[in-house]
Design a protein around this ligand. Structure first.
Ligand code: BES
Ligand code: MN
Ligand code: ZN
Length: 500
C-alpha cells in the first residue's frame, strides 16, 4: 500500500521524484512567482503558454533543487474548485508519475478556492484510486511499470484540516479498493461461503461485527426468494449481516445498508448471451461490495452511528433443480411471486433481505444493486438511478443522497415512482410477477422491491457505474468501487448533520 503523509515544509525542500502543482486557470505564472527559488524560476519560463485548463499538464525539470521533476496540472476556474476537479487533477498527476517512473511524489493543495479538508481528501482519493491495479492473477510483474511508494501532500496553510482530509481520503480510498478487489475477484474464489468468510475477516480487522447465516438459517426464515434463485446452484446461499454499533451512536434505530450479492449471474434458465452480457456478470455483487466497503470506512472513521449491513448472496445458474419460468415462490414476507424470467433474480434476493430488515425497525434502509440493464440504457456508466418510496420524507432523503453524490463523485439521478408503474407487475396466478414489460425497466424493478418495505427507503440501481470496460480518470477498467464513498458520505452527513 502507498504511504500517505502531509507536510508543511517549503516546496524547495521536498525531496521527491515528482512534485505535482495543481493551479487554477490563468494563475500559473502568479503561482510560479509566489513559489520562487529554483522551482519557481524553472516554472516561470516553462509556463509561458500554459493556461490552466482542466487537466492541462506541463512537465519541467528544475536545473537545481530537490524535486527532480515538476508537473503543473490545470484546474480550470480557480475561484471555486470542486472536489471532482481535484480528483481528476490528481489522477492526471498520477499518470505523469507513471510515465516518468516516479516512486516518491508530492502533491500540492491549491492555495485558494476550496477548503483544505475537502482539498486534502479529494487529492488523496484521486491519486490513490487512479493508482489502483488489480494484479492478483498476473503471474509476470510488468517491469515497465513503477509504483508510487510515498505520496506527500503539501499544505501551506490549515495543516490540521489538510491532515484530517488526507486521512479520510486514504480510508475511503482503501475501502473503495476493498470493493474493487471483491468485484474483480474470479467467481470461483467468491462463492457465498467464501464471501462470508472474507467479510468475517474484514470485520475482525476493522472492528465491526459479522454474522453469516447458512442455508439452514435461511430456510428457517423462509426466504423463498433467495432459496429459489439458489436452486440451480451447487453452492449453498448465505446471508451476511454486519453490525457497527458504537456506544456513542446518536441513533437507536439503525441505518440499514442492503447490497445485491449475486456472485455470478448466468441468467439461470433464461440464460444470458455471453458477449457484452454474461461476460462481466462476476460484477453482479458490486452492490454487496459497496456495502462491505462502506462498513469498512464507517468503522475505520469511527462514525458515531448505528449501522447494519445486510447482504443476500448466491449465484444464479441453470442447474438440474434450477427454478423455472412459471415457478411461484413464497417470499420471506409471505407474498407470492410468479417467476417469468429467471434473469430477474436480483429483486428476488433483495426482496427477502428488505423484508427481513423490517425487524430492525430501521430509521432508513438504502439498497444498492446492479439490478437492470435498463439503468445502463437510461443513464450510462457514470450515473446510477436513485428511487425512493414516495412518503412524507422522500424529498429530504433524495436531497441527502444527491448531496452525498456531489461530495463523493459517485453520481445519481432520480427516477419517478408513480403508482401506475406497479401495474406492469400484475400476475395471473400469484400476488405479483418478477418482471414488467419492455417499458421503464429500472422503475418496475424498484416498484417490485417497494412491495417488501414499510420504512423510509432508498434504492440505488448501479448496474452502469459498477463496472467499466474503458477507464475514466480515477476509475479503472473493471470494478469501480462505486457506492462506497457515496454511502460513507451519506452516513457521515447523517451522523454529523450540522457540522457540514
Ligand atoms: N444483473 C443483471 C442486470 C445488469 C445488466 C447488471 C447489465 C449490469 C449490467 C440483472 O440480474 C438482470 O439480468 N436484469 C434483467 C431483468 C429483466 C429480465 C427484467 C435485465 O435488465 O435484462
Ligand atoms: Mn439477472
Ligand atoms: Zn443480476
Amino acid at each position: 500500500m502507498m504511504k500517505v503523509s502531509v507536510t508543511t515544509l517549503s516546496l524547495q525542500d521536498l525531496d521527491v521524484d515528482l512534485l505535482i502543482i495543481p493551479v487554477g486557470q490563468s494563475l500559473a505564472r502568479a503561482r510560479a512567482a509566489q513559489i520562487g527559488g529554483p522551482i519557481g524560476e524553472a516554472l516561470s519560463t516553462a509556463l509561458i503558454d500554459f493556461e490552466g485548463k482542466p487537466n492541462e499538464t506541463l512537465i519541467c525539470y528544475p536545473p537545481t533543487g530537490r524535486a527532480r521533476r515538476v508537473a503543473v496540472i490545470g484546474l480550470g476556474d480557480a475561484g471555486n474548485i470542486q472536489r471532482e476537479v481535484l480528483r481528476k487533477a490528481a489522477a492526471a498527476g498520477y499518470r505523469v508519475a507513471m510515465k516518468t517512473k516516479a516512486t516518491t511524489v508530492a502533491l500540492c493543495l491549491p492555495d485558494a478556492g476550496i477548503d483544505s479538508e475537502a482539498a486534502g481528501q479529494s487529492l488523496v482519493e484521486g491519486y490513490m484510486l487512479a493508482a489502483y491495479e488489480f494484479e492478483r492473477y498476473k503471474t509476470q510483474p510488468d517491469d515497465q511499470k513503477s509504483k508510487t511508494e510515498r505520496l506527500v501532500l503539501h499544505a501551506s496553510r490549515d495543516e490540521k484540516s489538510a491532515r484530517r482530509g488526507a486521512e479520510r481520503g486514504r480510508v475511503e480510498s482503501e475501502a473503495t479498493i476493498t470493493a474493487r478487489d471483491l468485484v474483480n475477484l474470479s467467481p470461483h474464489e467468491k462463492t457465498p461461503v467464501m464471501l462470508g468468510k472474507m467479510v468475517e475477516r474484514f470485520g475482525r480487522k476493522h472492528g465491526y461485527e459479522v454474522s453469516v447465516w447458512d442455508k439452514g438459517d435461511i430456510e428457517k426464515e423462509k426466504m423463498g426468494g433467495l432459496l429459489g434463485v439458489n436452486r440451480g446452484s451447487v453452492e449453498p446461499p448465505a446471508l451476511i449481516e454486519m453490525t457497527w454499533k458504537p456506544t456513542k451512536a446518536g441513533n437507536t434505530k439503525p441505518v440499514v445498508l442492503v447490497g445485491k450479492g449475486i456472485v455470478f449471474d448466468t441468467g439461470g434458465l433464461s440464460l444470458k448471451p455471453t458477449k457484452d452480457s454474461m461476460d462481466h456478470m462476476k460484477a453482479d455483487m458490486a452492490g454487496a461490495a459497496a456495502v462491505i466497503g462502506a462498513m469498512e470506512a464507517i468503522a475505520r472513521l469511527d462514525v458515531p452511528l448505528y449501522v447494519i449491513g445486510l447482504i443476500p448472496v448466491t449465484d444464479n445458474r441453470p442447474g438440474q433443480n434450477a427454478y423455472v419460468p412459471g415457478d411461484v415462490l413464497q417470499m420471506h414476507s409471505g407474498m407470492t411471486v410468479e417467476v417469468l424470467n429467471t434473469d430477474a433474480e436480483g429483486r428476488l434476493i433483495l426482496a427477502d433481505a428488505l423484508s427481513y430488515a423490517k425487524l430492525y425497525r430501521p430509521e432508513i434502509v438504502i439498497d444498492l444493486a446492479t439490478l437492470t440493464g435498463a439503468q445502463v440504457v437510461a443513464l450510462g456508466s457514470q450515473v446510477a438511478a436513485v428511487m425512493t418510496r414516495e412518503d412524507s420524507g422522500a424529498r429530504e432523503r433524495l436531497d441527502a443522497i444527491l448531496k452525498a453524490a456531489a461530495i463523493s463523485g459517485d453520481l445519481v439521478h432520480p427516477m419517478p415512482m408513480h403508482a401506475h408503474y406497479a401495474e406492469a407487475l400484475k400476475s395471473d396466478v400469484a400476488d405479483i410477477k418478477n418482471i414488467g414489460n419492455r417499458e421503464a425497466g429500472s422503475i418496475t424493478a424498484a416498484k417490485f422491491l417497494e412491495y417488501f418495505v414499510d420504512y423510509p427507503w432508498v434504492h440505488i440501481d448501479m448496474a452502469g457505474p459498477s463496472f467499466l470496460k474503458k477507464s475514466s480518470a480515477y476509475r479503472p477498467v473493471g470494478g469501480t468501487g462505486y457506492g462506497v464513498r457515496l454511502l460513507t458520505e451519506f452516513i457521515r452527513d447523517y451522523a454529523y448533520p450540522k457540522k457540514r
